[in-house]
Design a protein around this ligand. Structure first.
Ligand code: BEZ
Length: 210
């Protein structure tokens, strides 16, 4: 069954390029990203894994653990690693799960038979410290994802969790944010003593909290 926002991310145990991963235990109290790619030794996937490896310090800064997956074996991932380093200029610095029996792919509904009945699509799941799914994205095999956008969403989710603010269209880090509608003016005064700009009673704009 499809996984929906707010669901508990299904737990699993699987082998990875960094050894056995018990997913919930591995996540601990961190945020997490679980993403699938269709196949090892394919061009778009090679560029994506290089991009994620380059962004690893940004994920670390945000307390986010990243793990990738495809239906290939860990042995295949290990053989592919050298190509990623050679062509993308960065070594794989996060675990890749092997899923040759498709256990996790099926658990997370990452195989869409009308697209391809054996390979995973490009799925992304962002998981909060409460193990709940905060974001799902599905891209086709032929389109590499924009992992800067995934970082942007994580910044937004973490601001919401910590400061009761939401982020407007095309928001970028440092720009003004919006006080969530569920916060009354009375409670907002305590959280935002510097005040805010009311464009409409439901549209209250404040500088991004630090
Ligand atoms: C790729 O990563 O390049 C790719 C994988 C599967 C289908 C199409 C492209």
């Amino acid at each position: 069954m499809a996984i929906r926002l707010g669901d508990i991310a299904p737990d699993f145990t699987a082998e990875s390029t960094a050894g056995t991963i018990r997913f919930h235990e591995w996540l601990g109290s961190s945020w997490g990203i679980l993403f699938s790619h269709p196949k090892d030794f394919t061009p778009v996937c090679t560029t994506e894994l290089g991009a994620v490896a380059k962004l690893k310090p940004e994920f670390d800064k945000r307390n986010v653990k990243v793990v990738g997956l495809s239906v290939d074996s860990v042995a295949d991932h290990d053989r592919w690693k050298g190509d990623i380093e050679e062509t993308q200029g960065v070594g794989l610095n996060f675990p890749l799960l092997g899923d040759p029996d498709r256990k996790i792919s099926q658990l997370y509904d990452m195989i869409h038979p009308n697209a391809n009945d054996t390979l995973t699509v490009r799925s992304v799941f962002v998981i909060g410290p409460d193990k709940k799914v905060k974001l799902t994205i599905t891209y086709p095999a032929s389109t590499g994802r924009n992992f800067d956008e995934i970082l942007r969403v994580i910044d937004s989710l973490q601001l919401t969790a910590q400061h009761s603010v939401a982020t407007p269209v095309n928001w970028q880090h440092g720009q003004d944010v919006i006080i969530v509608p569920s916060l009354s003016d009375e409670d907002a005064k305590k959280k935002f003593p510097g005040g805010w700009k009311t464009l409409k009673p439901y549209l209250r704009v404040v500088p991004q909290p630090k």
